[in-house]
Design a protein around this ligand. Structure first.
Ligand code: NAD
Length: 368
């Protein structure tokens, strides 16, 4: 079997800083667990624009298509705010998602017990929370045609189109059912079938797949507005949630922030299976390039490290090692090591980016 490949695109701002800590983790798995990776690195976002005049070169795009997984840091920053839309750093990220056809965006919302006080909800509502939102990422109202701003009856009209084909619903629903099977066998599908035809079709397709191919998974349906309310009222009622691009954009942000800091939130975007049976995949923290703390050693590397844990689980078939890495992060937090984003004002001296990474490596070693 060939060595599994990984393309690292650190990007801009704190991207290279947090990626430095992931590289320590990768070296640890190589050294102590015999997990070898064929690693290549390249530029994306503003860094690629500075070097090549484009936020993603064709060569980097081709490389991303070939590897088993891409791990991305973050893109963007004030230096690039005035660039033309076509070469803005975010275009590099969107091109990767689009051309790799990454249609299922996995956003876990998991509460580490040590951080339960960080949530805006009461600790008892949040402690032990572990849910996964699967958001459809390549269709729906963000992509539907017709779209635009035009004149009608002497005034301007802004138009977007919510559009889903059966096959688009089918493939993201199957991804969510499969995930539910690997977790607690419960899936809640959210749409607005009460007011939208796309929601009616969504519900029909999900129900049919559930009945025919996943009868062992407990399927429920909820209108997305009620879903938002329930996520804040009693988030622990959910296991896996599947929803469309627009609702998923909002619901996954709500769910994620229940658990505290942006510095802790990983994500995965998955596409169709490759020849080896694993899906095309890109892993990245939810946060951006954090220009306000760039270069100061303050960034929390956990979100990117936890994104690598997702890669271990979903791209490299190393679920037990993913569990080990997540447990190491949890232990470091429980032992009280915190970066500044995880501390209240006046609470003591925060750990630096490298100290946090080193503590996670030490916790990994302690796990052996
Ligand atoms: P941001 O996520 O970069 O930062 C928001 C706040 O959270 C900042 O105060 C920042 O210091 C803090 N923060 C973020 N990540 C952190 C970490 N790992 N550790 C500690 N604190 C952290 O969002 P923003 O400020 O709105 O955007 C900054 C730039 O990033 C913009 O150019 C934006 O377009 C870009 N952006 C990129 C992505 C991406 O690459 N996926 C996502 C969001 C924003």
């Amino acid at each position: 079997m060939s060595t599994p490949s990984l393309l690292i695109l650190a990007g801009d701002g704190i991207g290279p800083e947090v990626m430095g800590e992931v590289k320590k983790i990768i070296a640890w798995f190589d050294d102590k667990r015999g997990l070898k990776f064929d690693i290549s690195e390249d530029l994306v976002g503003g860094a690629a624009y500075d070097a090549h005049g484009t936020p993603l070169t064709d060569e980097t795009m081709a490389k991303a298509q070939e590897v088993d997984a891409v791990l991305l840091g973050a893109v963007g920053g004030p230096a690039y705010d005035d660039l033309d839309f076509s070469v803005k750093p975010e275009r590099g990220l969107l091109r990767l998602r689009k051309e790799m056809d990454l249609f299922a965006n996995l956003r876990p919302a998991q509460c580490f017990d040590a951080l339960a006080d960080f949530s805006s909800l009461k600790p008892e509502l949040i402690s032990g929370l572990d849910i996964m939102i699967v958001r459809e990422l390549t269709s729906g109202v963000y992509f539907g045609e017709p779209r635009g701003i035009f004149e009608e009856n002497g005034e301007r009209v802004g138009l977007n189109t919510q559009r889903y084909t059966e096959s688009e619903i089918d493939r993201v629903a199957r991804a969510a059912f499969e995930l539910a099977r690997k977790r607690n066998n419960r899936l809640c599908s959210m749409e607005k079938a009460n007011v939208m035809e796309s929601g009616i079709l969504w519900r029909e397709v999900v129900t049919k797949i559930g009945a025919e191919d996943y009868p062992d998974v407990e399927l429920s349906h909820m209108y997305a507005d009620n879903g938002a309310m329930q996520l804040v009222r009693n988030p622990k009622q959910f296991d896996v949630i599947v929803t469309d691009n627009l609702f998923g954009d909002i619901l996954s942000d709500v769910a994620a922030m229940l658990t505290g800091s942006l510095g802790m939130l990983p994500s995965a975007s998955l596409g169709v299976p490759m020849a080896n049976g694993m899906p095309k995949a890109m892993y990245e923290p939810v946060h951006g390039s954090a220009p306000d703390i760039t270069g100061q050693g303050k960034a929390n590397p956990s979100a990117t490290i936890l994104s690598f844990a997702m890669a271990l689980r979903y791209s490299y078939g190393q679920g037990a090692e993913a569990d080990r890495l997540e447990a190491a992060v949890e232990k470091v937090l429980a032992d009280g090591t915190r970066t500044a984003d995880l501390m209240q004002k006046g609470e003591g001296t925060p750990a630096s980016t490298t100290e946090m990474g080193d503590a996670i490596v030490a916790a990994l070693t302690a796990s052996l």
